[in-house]
Design a protein around this ligand. Structure first.
Ligand code: ADP
Length: 443
């Protein structure tokens, strides 16, 4: 399968943050502009109304500066709520002084709800809407029911302030619409990409599922002929060979279906791990031992270096799956060259390394191969769904560990899994682990 193009740059969460960042970034100079304008005219005209307006805008400007810092630290909800409540305070104070801005003051409180709405959880949003409603009632009460409480600035200045406020709102609105359009475009691109990935995946998956079926069918036909004694070359050895081959194809099919099931479990958050204190050395030894016939068929020598028992809390069945994936990849892409598996402790962690000397991986693909459906080889030369390393990473990360790959084309590949060692890695703990050579308990 050819690798799908990368997911667009922004996640939904990042777009929300971008939107808030844009709003705060544009609102701050607007607020500072009005602060300066009000302050200058308050002094020049000795206007109480503009002194009050300056105070109201000052509260908002300071809160905006603080919100910007909060947003930069990733506290989007707090930042949005702070700037939203500061807006309400400004409107409530402004209603007492700048009577001529009545229409703007009523709209501002409602605009605050739109600002806060994408970031706040339901109870916080409900509280905010309640406060905004209260402030609107306050503005209407102060401005409509009472005469202006302080003398208003000259009408020419009032018109200028209103015109500037309208200009600032239109500018801000256009900017926010640009961010929304970007968000829409990206969602569309993501949806299109998801459909393309699904279509490609369906064709690859059906091909992969069908591949083992052809030899399976042929082997069963041959077996049937031999058992019916219609074949002159029939012998128990040949029949056994057919059965073994058929079993391998069935195993391949089971593995493919298991991978598909695991991916849907991961997607639904239902991949359950049942951690136990496991002796990793013993588990590795068993898996390597189980892979020996396959390695012999691929012509690769399989070496294990696990000089000391190391204990870790892992789900033995799932961790065996991790090792299975890494070893079967090393065999598949290892070009028949030796494969080395190593277990060693490092600063309170256990490092498991699987190294091969095969085709290697281009450095640009080293990170993406751990993602769903991602492959670094052509589907024509190597079969596979691009799911093994994705499942592997999910299992390792859910066990508190990590996995990295290092490689270069033609130079082989090294996969390193690190896991936290179980506390008190004492010798008596070793007896709790499955004995070497026995099957780990399947949970
Ligand atoms: P699959 O092997 O089914 O494609 P994986 O998720 O196991 O899926 O691996 C993803 C990709 O990583 C592979 O398609 C291959 O390009 C690359 N890869 C994995 N292991 C190795 C390896 N040992 N050597 C070279 N390439 C590898």
């Amino acid at each position: 399968m050819t690798s799908p193009s990368r997911i667009p740059e922004f996640s939904e969460e990042e777009l929300k943050r971008l939107r808030l960042g844009q709003f705060l970034q544009f609102m701050l100079p607007i607020a500072v502009g009005f602060l300066v304008l009000y302050a200058v005219f308050a002094v020049v005209l000795r206007s109480v109304s503009l002194v009050g307006g300056t105070g109201a805008v000052l509260v908002y400007t300071l809160a905006l500066a603080r919100s910007r810092r909060l947003a930069a630290q990733g506290h989007s909800e707090r930042a949005a709520l702070l700037s939203g409540y500061a807006l309400l305070v400004m409107v409530a104070l402004g209603a007492i002084f700048v009577h001529f801005l009545f229409a703007a003051l009523v709209v501002m409180a409602i605009a605050g709800v739109v600002l806060v709405q994408p970031y706040a959880e339901r109870p916080a949003l409900a509280r905010y809407m309640f406060a905004a409603f209260g402030v609107v009632a306050w503005v209407v009460g102060v401005d409509v029911l009472l005469p202006p409480l302080v003398e208003q600035p000259p009408p020419a200045l009032q018109r200028w302030v209103i015109a500037l406020a309208e200009l600032a709102s239109v500018g801000l609105m256009l900017r926010m619409m640009w961010v929304d359009a970007l968000r829409l475009r990206q969602s569309l691109a993501r949806a299109e990409q998801a459909v393309a990935i699904r279509d490609e995946f369906l064709s690859v998956a059906s091909h992969e599922l069908k591949t083992p079926l052809t030899p399976l069918k042929l082997k069963l036909q041959a077996l049937r002929r031999e058992l019916a004694a219609t074949s002159p070359s029939a012998s128990p050895e040949r029949s056994l060979g057919h059965i073994e081959m058929a079993q391998r194809q069935v195993k391949k099919l089971v593995e493919l279906v298991d991978d598909l099931l695991d991916v849907s479990r991961i997607g639904a958050g239902r991949l359950e791990l049942h951690p136990e204190k496991v002796n990793l050395a013993a588990l590795l030894q068993e898996v390597v031992w189980r892979f020996e016939p396959e390695a012999a068929r691929a012509g690769s020598a399989l070496e294990l270096e696990a000089p000391q028992p190391l204990m870790a809390w892992v789900d033995p069945f799932r961790f065996e799956q991790v090792l299975d994936n890494l070893l079967s990849n090393a065999l598949k892409y290892g070009a028949g060259k030796p494969i080395r598996v190593r277990l060693e402790p490092l600063e309170g962690r256990a490092l498991v390394t699987v190294r091969d000397e095969g085709i290697g991986i281009p450095s640009a693909a080293l990170e993406r191969i751990f993602h769903r459906f991602e492959r670094a080889v052509s589907g024509r030369h190597y079969g596979g769904l691009g799911l093994g390393l994705y499942i592997t990473r999910k299992i390792v990360e859910s066990s508190g560990g990590g996995i990295v790959a290092s490689s270069a084309p033609g130079q082989g590949a090294t996969f390193t899994v690190d896991l936290p060692l179980a506390e008190a890695d004492a010798p008596e703990a070793i007896s709790e682990s499955p004995p070497t050579g026995s099957r780990p308990r399947l949970s």
